[in-house]
Each structure stands twice: as C-alpha cells, then as structure tokens.
Design a protein around this ligand. Sequence first.
Ligand SMILES: Nc1nc2c(ncn2[C@@H]2O[C@H](COP(=O)(O)OP(=O)(O)OP(=O)(O)O)[C@@H](O)[C@H]2O)c(=O)[nH]1
Ligand SMILES: [Mg+2]
Length: 276
Amino acid sequence: MGKVAQLVMGPAGSGKSTYCRTMLTHSQSIKRSFHLVNLDPAAENFEYEPTVDIRELITLDDVMEELQYGPNGGLIYCMEFLIENLDWFEEELQDYEDDYLVIDCPGQIELYTHFTIMRQIVEMLQRLNYRVCGVYILDSQFIEDTSKFFAGVMSAMSAMLQLEIPHINVMSKMDLVGTTKKQSELDRFFDVDTSLLLEDANKETRSKFHDLNRALVRLIDEYNMVNLLPLNINDEDSVTLILDHIDRAVQYGEDLEPKEPRDEEFEEEGGYGEMD
Ligand SMILES: Nc1nc2c(ncn2[C@@H]2O[C@H](COP(=O)(O)OP(=O)(O)OP(=O)(O)O)[C@@H](O)[C@H]2O)c(=O)[nH]1
Ligand SMILES: [Mg+2]
C-alpha cells in the first residue's frame, strides 16, 4: 500500500491536534492503521499516544529554561534542532515499513511562510518513500469576514507553494458556525464565487484597496484555492470526505491487489453483497 503521511499544518489554535485526533478515531472505525507523529515540542496531552514524538528529542520548556528563549524563538530553535537531528527522526520511523502517518505540526505561522524547516521534513519523508499530503487547517473564524478569509487563504497558499506537495485545505470548527450562518453565506467560501468575494471585500475596504482586492481574488482563482473542505468533528461524513480527498491526492490504495475473501469470512459476511 506504500507509505503515506499527512502533514497537518495551520495557524496556532486552528484545530490541528483535534483534527489529528479525529483522524485517528476515524481510522479505527474504518480499520486502517494510522500512527500519530507529534512534531510540536510544546504539546501537552494527547488522547492517542504519539508513535514518534519530538518531545523525546527536545522540549520547548527545556529550551526556554536553559537558553532563556521566549516561546516563539524557542519553538523555531526546537525545529532547527530537529532538522540538525533528522537521523533521529529517520530512525524513529524505520520500524514502520508500510504505514500511514498523521503528523501534528506546531502552530507558528513562520514555519509555513519563510522558514525551510517544513520543506526539509517533507524531503526527508519523500526520501523514505512516503507520499506526503499537506493538510492545512484554517478555523471557521476565517469566514467571519472577507479580509480574514484572504489572510487565511494567503497563509495556506504560502505553505502550498513552499512545499510543492499535494495539498488540501480544511476548515475546522464547523460545528461552531452551523447555527449562526446561513448556508448561502457559507457557500460563498466553500464553493468560492470570486465575484461575490470581490464585491464583499470592496464593501469592507476603502476604494484605494480595491485594486489589491481584485489582485487577491485573481490569485485565488488562478491557484484554485476553492478546495476548502469543511470539518465538523461531530459529523463522521465530513471526516470521510476529507480522507477521500487525501486518498485521491496521494493515490492511496491504487497499488492494492483486489483481495479474495477467505471462505469462512465470505460466508459470515453474507456473500458478495457485504464486501467492500
Ligand atoms: N468546537 C470545536 N472546538 C474545536 C475544534 N477543533 C479544535 N477546537 C478547540 O480549539 C482549541 C484549539 O484546538 P487544537 O486542536 O489544540 O488546535 P491546534 O491547532 O493543535 O493548536 P496549537 O497546536 O496550539 O497550534 C481547543 O480548545 C479545541 O478544543 C472543533 O472542531 N470544534
Ligand atoms: Mg496542537
């Protein structure tokens, strides 16, 4: 089946760790074996024990205490330390020959805009024959207004351009907007109609910014940022849909041989009717 890794990125607090937890729960219900990899040196508790954990190499608390770094500088220090010790990471991954990783990343936006750290991690995974899919999590507050939406989309786009891997964007915390926004307002962002976006953006900004709005909308059109998938952690279908997109992006399972059912399984399951 080959090796697959979801690299879960996004701004601080956007719901990356919750997404990873939701994916792991989902994987159990569909009987796939996913491994959680934690790359956040400041992470606290996990419901699922990470299979690989950067905190075994370095923790943010130690860096802040011993080197007197602040939290943001300290985090970048930790990630650079990981890059200097990529052989540690490689060794930790060696045991997993044919596997599926869900990699929880830190929320420092700098990692996705101008540092090359994530790119180096992707290159290492590719060297180990992982097919990597970028999963960029934006939370639903980014659809509160058009300028926030632009800001979110720009950050997702910079990650996408920097990493050059199959990429999907997920809008998390949709359970929080369900009741407050009308479906027609939501469609504007999910099934992006850029002319409506431009209209809204122009209403929200002074006229000297209208050219900029037009340029941003054109960029969204050209890079096909329309692909924003809603995640409602209480709705299994939304998780299934996201995983389907990722499967297609990394061509998961395309190299699988069709399986013959064993006789007893076949009978228990009631013949061909129940097979998947
Ligand atoms: N209602 C709701 N709350 C969520 C959802 N996803 C995350 N949260 C909450 O948002 C906060 C941040 O979620 P995390 O999953 O820790 O976000 P993160 O992106 O991993 O955060 P950092 O690692 O600190 O960057 C927590 O209080 C979560 O409980 C969601 O889908 N719905
Ligand atoms: Mg987190």
